[in-house]
Design a protein around this ligand. Sequence first.
Ligand SMILES: *Cc1c(COP(=O)(O)O)cnc(C)c1O
Length: 353
Amino acid sequence: MEISITKTTEPAEKPDSSILGFGKYFTDHMFIMDYSQGEGWHDARIVPFGRFPIHPASTVLHYGSEIFEGLKAYRKADGSVQMFRPLENIRRMNRSAARMCLPEIPEDLALEVLTKFVKLEQDWVPSANGTSLYIRPFMFGNDESLGVHSVKNATFMIITSPVGSYYKEGINPVKIMIESEDVRAVRGGTGEAKCGGNYAASNRAGERAELMGYSQVLWLDGVQRKYIEEVGAMNVMFKINGEVVTPMLAGSILPGITRKSILELLKKEGIPATERLISVDELVEAMENGTLEEAWGCGTAAVVSPIGELCYNGKKYAVNGGKIGELTQHLYDTLTGIQWGKIEDTFGWTYSL
Ligand SMILES: *Cc1c(COP(=O)(O)O)cnc(C)c1O
């Protein structure tokens, strides 16, 4: 597809890598493409980054039809740039779109515009240890009327943000609160779609946990509040008695690409791993009898985030003495090694610009 490019006349100063943080700075341009029923995707354009007009009756502002993705571009030691499994993000975005009655984007078109846009912004991919360029594709329903129906017009955009190392002061295990009141998702709902509404609804529990000194919540299933689902914006894995277990994908959990990659890695290394139902009772028992050896969250932002403490119904349990476990460290080292090109990628996960 033809992409029109309007370059900024005021390129921004690139921030020093020590102050990057997450999602605070944006690159000079953004990608926009419109969809309308009948015409399909059209008007692909790269324009200077900035505010843009939106109709006050736009669907997204009233009925929340929005989905997003998150992936990263990494600068290798030789200066070249690579992305991690971008096609997986594109496929997941199309599955989210189908759930939310938003239009899908043909895989080759999505990969083409993504690659072209990141290439144009590639000077923004930072090179300091642990830094990367976070890529945020997103799509929203953009009908200019208040009628409630599936959308006939949508907008797809990509913005990019140089982000700092998630672990500036070394990998510190986090404290997680098991949430027994609010629920994130139910089967048949939108839990397996990466949609903004899931986040809006989960903020209350997150805020409560934060007030009590916990960094995120561990969600239980929405029906029986009995089975482990995931942690905040990450999937969750446990090492119990030498075996890795993670909740199976049954419709309410976000199918993480980091989760998938870790399962593939464990399989290749011959480490037993099972996707199944894990009840909170089983987890509590494993914490009480000492068979819970390690626990970690996994997602694009942190890659692997060790869990050092879990709290359930007011009772606190330390995991691995509050320290990062051996396998957790190994998974972190291997995945980040492949992403930054320090370890050979025998899986075909990396995608050079
Ligand atoms: C994005 C996300 C994840 C992690 O997915 P990755 O593809 O590994 O980044 C997990 N849970 C939720 C709720 C998410 O939004």
